[in-house]
Design a protein around this ligand. Structure first.
Ligand SMILES: Cc1ncc(COP(=O)(O)O)c(C=O)c1O
Length: 416
């Protein structure tokens, strides 16, 4: 059973004040998860979680994570600017980009962010555009398939990210010759994993590589970044990951592989997005239409603009009808208003009867939810609201307005 993190009464108070749709975040849950992650890796003195800003790029959320001791990982100069503005120390900002603009490397160097290079070719590009920093991390792509036992998790050979093993070794060699003194290794090989084995398996692979790098190149890495990829229980059938067990699993590999090879000083970094935030966000939406044809449709005031994952990946997001939890069960498609037939939050889903005006809670939208928004059909991005620890709701981003949408257009008197 998945239940909302907020009661019906509390949510009614919030919807009376703030119009739907909006994303609602649970501050208490975010802090608890950040503490659990930090605790799970506390055996490693240099451990740091660099929250993947792309998951939930809101300064208030980033500030909460900063207060919990996390850093941030940015993919673009805009994310870097936001992180800088929030006040993260440069040592707590990493930059993991790909197909990077020269101006972005220049800005990342300006603010002294930790640069994680996606491509072997980026070494020369970075040197030419912004100069090489003292510390550089390289992103590895082993190719082939990534599997856990007999389960194929992903296909790195089809991924545009990272560099081959030969390129990685050549890269470290050249960086060392060019005077770089501190090195990191990064890999992201599977997304949204719902198993406690992903990180330990990935860690073992990267730890073995660190030993080879030491033996072959006489380079001792300073940090290994396990990146993102830890998933959440989107469906009621999924088992939530156990972060304490995951931390222990990585520690075991660390003790087995790195420590005996004189690499026990290596810091472990993570770059979690989904695991940190997904379950601490709800998309709150209202039923505005009911329609019956070959299926029963429940039309809501949110659409794929507010949450793209179902349309893009056919992803499951649990839905609770918080206004009518005990209603008779019916099989419905829950749909938004876009002129796209994939604008469906649920297909053939069994839900308690939905009535016009009912409030639906779409679960697990706290990561890669609002942030993947767009403006198709001139639909506007929603507000983001924080359900604070003191049980008060605070708007942390207002909804877009027509003026925002028209603001970039010239020549037709849209200008204010
Ligand atoms: C480089 C990088 N790091 C971290 C993440 C976060 O991944 P997740 O949200 O699965 O933890 C992503 C997600 O796309 C990513 O591209």
């Amino acid at each position: 059973m998945k239940t909302p993190f907020i009661s019906r009464d509390e949510l009614n108070k919030i919807t009376a004040k703030f119009p739907t749709p909006f994303h609602l975040y649970d501050e208490k849950g975010i802090r608890e998860t950040a503490r659990a992650v930090n605790k799970a890796f506390s055996w490693n003195p240099g451990f740091k979680e660099f929250f993947a800003v792309k998951a939930t790029p809101n300064p208030t959320i980033l500030n909460i994570l900063k207060e919990e001791g996390c850093g941030v990982d940015c993919a673009t100069d805009i994310e870097l600017q936001m992180s800088k503005k929030v006040g993260f120390d440069s040592s707590a900002i990493s930059f993991t980009s790909n197909d990077t603009y020269p101006s972005e490397f220049i800005y990342a160097r300006d603010i002294n962010a930790l640069i994680n290079l996606d491509a072997y070719e980026d070494i020369a590009f970075l040197e030419k555009t912004a100069g090489l920093p003292d510390k550089v991390s390289l992103r590895f792509n082993p190719g082939g398939v990534f599997s856990l036992g007999t389960d194929i998790m992903d296909h790195p050979e089809e991924s545009k990210f990272g560099m081959t093993k030969d390129q990685l070794f050549q890269g470290y060699r050249e960086l060392k010759e060019k005077g770089v003194t501190s090195f990191g290794l990064h890999a992201f090989l599977a997304s949204n994993t719902v198993t406690n084995d992903y990180y330990p398996t990935l860690a073992a692979q990267l730890f073995e590589l660190a030993v080879e790098i030491k033996q072959e190149l006489d380079i001792t890495l300073d940090f290994i970044n396990l990146s993102g990829g830890i998933g959440v229980d989107y469906t009621p059938a999924d088992q939530q990951n156990d972060i304490a067990a995951i931390g222990q699993g990585v520690q075991q590999k660390f003790n087995d592989i790195l420590v005996p090879n004189g690499l026990g000083h290596i810091s472990i970094y993570t770059e979690l997005g989904r695991y940190m935030l997904a379950s601490h966000g709800h998309l709150i939406t209202k039923v505005i239409h009911l329609k019956d044809t070959y299926r029963h449709y429940v039309g809501v005031d949110a659409c794929a603009v507010n949450l793209l994952r179902p349309a893009m990946y056919d992803a499951y997001h649990h839905i609770t009808n918080i206004s009518n939890p005990d209603g008779a069960i019916e099989t419905v498609d829950v749909v938004g208003s876009l002129c796209e037939n994939n604008d469906k939050f649920a297909k053939n889903r069994q839900l308690p009867q939905a009535r016009i005006g009912d409030i639906l809670v779409i679960h697990d939208t706290g990561a890669h939810g609002f942030s993947m928004g767009y403006n198709y059909n001139g639909r506007l991005r929603s507000a983001e609201i924080l359900w604070q620890e003191d049980a008060k709701a605070k708007m942390i981003r207002r909804a877009e307005t027509a003026e925002d949408y028209f603001a970039t257009l010239y020549g037709f008197d849209f200008e204010p």
